[in-house]
Structures are given as C-alpha cells and as structure tokens.
Design a protein around this ligand. Structure first.
Ligand code: NAP
Length: 250
C-alpha cells in the first residue's frame, strides 16, 4: 500500500513562516496542495524568499503581524477568514530565544520570550479555534522543543515557554476533541536555522556528538513531521508530543 499526502482544498496558517523551520513547513504544505497563509513579523524577510516559495505554488499569501500583539493577531485572523472563508490547519511556529543565566536574566528578556513563544500561541489559537469549532474540524500543530521537556542551563525563559506550549497543546486536545479538532506538538532537537547558526562551531560539534543519528537536523525533518500530523494518516493522534531529534536525549 502506498500513501501520498494530499492537502488540496485545505487552508493553513503558518506563523513565522518565512524563515527556517516555518519556511520549510510553508513549502511542504504548498507542495501537498494546501493554500498557505504566512504570518510573520517582518515583510522584508518574506520578500527575500517569495520567489523561492512561488516555484512550488502560487497558492500563498503573506500577513505582517507581531504574534505577541493580541489585537493585531485577532484582526489578521479575521482578514484571513474574510478572504479564505475557513482555516483547516494552524501551525504555531514563530519563536525566539533570549538566552542567559537565570540570576542575570532581566525581566524584559523573560517576558519577550514568554510573550512571543507562549502568549503568541494563545492569541492566535483562540481566534482560529472559534472558526474550527464552527467547522467541527481542524488541526493545530505547535512547535515546542526538546528543551521544553528536559530544561537547559541558560534557557530558563525558553524552556518555560516551550513546556507551556506542550501543556497548552494537551489542554486544547482535551477541550476540543469532541469538536473534531486535533492538537499536537512537535519537539525538535537541534535544527540548522538562523536561530542555531549563531552558536560557536565547537558548541555545535559537541551537540552533534550527542545525536545518535550523527547529524544536525534540517528544517525539512520538522516540516515532514508537520505534514504527517496535518494528514488523514494521523487522524487518531491528539494531545501528543512528537520528538524529532535524531535520537538526542533518549
Ligand atoms: P527562525 O529561523 O528564527 O524563524 C522564526 C521565525 O519567526 C522568523 O521568521 C521570525 O521573524 C519569526 N518571528 C519572530 N518573532 C516573531 C513575532 N513576534 N511575531 C511573528 N513572527 C515572529 O527560527 P527557527 O529555528 O526556524 O525556529 C522556528 C521554531 O522552531 C521556533 O518556535 C523555535 O523555538 C523552534 N525550535 C527550533 C529549534 C532549532 O534548533 N532551530 C529547535 C527546537 C525548536 P524574524 O526572523 O524576522 O525575527
């Protein structure tokens, strides 16, 4: 038996969809036939990748919005609904890091990370859920992190935000299962993107040594897992965390 994942006729939102993992998710969903609405904080980055995306499919749109701005996110979801009439898939991917030891972490760095990574997910999910509830169907996939499961020195704010994403996902799964809405999280390990490129080479080498599959992950490794969780193949999976990390920390 062979399966081909087909998302033709589905409309997806991808937050932070013009860079790194989010860009790869946007491309994979377009490739499967979905219409993809990218929400990102800066249109300039989107413009730099627009032609690359267009090569796959013209079925996308871009909305500039800061995920931590509740009002702007509500307006953006409304605009998408007016144009698309429905949202079948929500990918909560936008995220930032502001690392530092807890004892020296200022309130701003704590709050920025929680506001973008966790509160941002809350703002957009509650707005999208209203429409999914009416439609009695939907998929919500949120990008957490292995750090949200095991913690990390120097990343208390990030770890707390990602653990929050996992708990919020499990709660959404329970609250909306009866409405046909499935919510899952993906916990990536170490993936090659702008976020991780900043790390010194010796740190990256040390991380790679701890990965049983002996390579740093690529954005498409996460995008492929997202595709599975958007598909009919995962129709009995909700409230889970899928670890996509090359065997790291097992
Ligand atoms: P990335 O390349 O920096 O992509 C993040 C995207 O989110 C960027 O386009 C960024 O825009 C956007 N963004 C940032 N703040 C935003 C805001 N306030 N509102 C809307 N969009 C915003 O990072 P990535 O590595 O692909 O990370 C994607 C997700 O995967 C994040 O949630 C991250 O925590 C998670 N993750 C990554 C790794 C990894 O190893 N890379 C591992 C585990 C989990 P700008 O670039 O213009 O700021």
């Amino acid at each position: 038996m062979s399966f081909c994942i087909e998302l033709t006729g589905k409309t997806a939102i991808v937050t932070g969809g013009s860079s790194g993992i989010g860009l790869s998710i946007s491309q994979v969903l377009l490739n499967a036939g979905a219409r993809v609405m990218i929400i990102d904080i800066d249109e300039k980055r989107f413009i730099s990748v627009k032609d690359e995306i267009k090569k796959i499919s013209p079925e996308f749109d871009f909305y500039e919005a800061d995920i931590k701005n509740s009002e702007k996110i509500s307006e953006t979801v409304q605009k998408i609904i007016s144009k698309e009439s429905k949202i079948d898939i929500l990918i909560n991917n936008a995220g930032i890091v502001k690392d530092g030891l807890l004892i020296r972490m200022n309130d701003e760095d704590w709050l920025d990370v929680i506001n973008v990574n966790l509160n941002g997910m809350f703002y957009i999910t509650k707005n999208v859920l209203k429409h999914m509830v009416k439609a009695k169907s939907g998929r919500i996939i949120s990008i957490a992190s292995v750090i949200g499961e095991i913690g990390n020195a120097g990343q208390a704010n990030y770890a707390a935000s990602k653990a929050g994403i996992i708990a919020l996902t499990k709660s959404i799964a329970k609250e909306y299962a009866a409405r046909g809405i499935l919510a899952n999280a993906i916990a990536p390990g170490f993936i090659k993107t702008i976020m991780t490129d900043k790390l010194p080479e010796d740190v990256k080498d040390a991380i790679k040594k701890g990965i049983p599959l002996n390579r740093i992950g690529e954005p498409y490794d996460i995008a492929n897992a997202v595709l599975f969780l958007c598909s009919e193949l995962s129709g009995y999976i909700t409230g889970t965390v899928m670890n996509v990390n090359g065997g790291m920390y097992m």
